[in-house]
Design a binder for this molecule. Structure first.
Ligand code: RTP
Ligand code: MG
Length: 165
């Protein structure tokens, strides 16, 4: 009963504050180059709250399912090969307008065209090995979050603290 009330309060709080959730990945290139700490530091410094976090090594089939929207693109086979070549860090971020805000922090798909100071400009190598992923719409964010996480693995620490007062 108490838990149900608390959960409803959290949902209301998130709606009131227009807090959105997005799914992010640190891709195998950046992870294997040892950039995880620096990338997460920049994400937190930009005001995102991490509510889910894990290491995952995708199989080729899982990478194909994750990027299914790009199935007919010429780069699909290479992309899923790259995304299953090593582990990724998966995370769920919360912030007002998180989806667009995180895409701005990532920068353009091609690191050569990404604005200075963005994650892809700083840590990306080329248009495929571009260090990070971020959801591009509320529908895709929802699908991608539950591709990697169960509800129990998402812990809105900041909202929990405020809900207690
Ligand atoms: P992401 O989905 O990973 O956040 O990247 P994005 O929205 O900026 O780019 P998208 O068009 O969705 O492409 C997904 C990923 O495919 C790789 N890619 N390779 N060789 C190429 O021309 C090419 N174009 C895209 C990148 O890894 C890109 O992030
Ligand atoms: Mg995309």
């Amino acid at each position: 009963m108490q838990t149900y009330k608390a959960a409803r309060k959290l949902v209301a709080l998130r709606k009131m504050e227009k807090v959105e959730r997005t799914l992010g990945l640190i891709k195998p290139d950046a992870l294997l180059a040892g950039h995880t700490g620096k990338i997460l530091d920049r994400i937190e410094a930009a005001g995102f709250r991490i509510v889910g976090l894990k290491l995952v090594h995708l199989t080729r089939e899982e990478a194909e399912a994750f990027y299914a929207v790009h199935r007919s693109r010429p780069f699909f086979s290479s992309l899923v090969g790259f995304m299953s070549s090593g582990p990724v860090v998966a995370f769920v971020l919360e912030k007002e307008n998180a989806i667009q805000a995180y895409r701005e922090l990532m920068g353009a798909t091609n690191p050569a065209q990404a604005a200075p100071g963005t994650l892809r400009a700083l840590f990306g190598q080329n248009v495929e090995r571009n260090a990070v992923h971020g959801s591009d719409s509320p529908e895709n964010a929802q699908r991608e979050i539950y591709f990697f996480f169960s509800e129990k693995e998402l812990i809105p620490i900041h909202a929990q603290i405020r809900a207690q007062v």
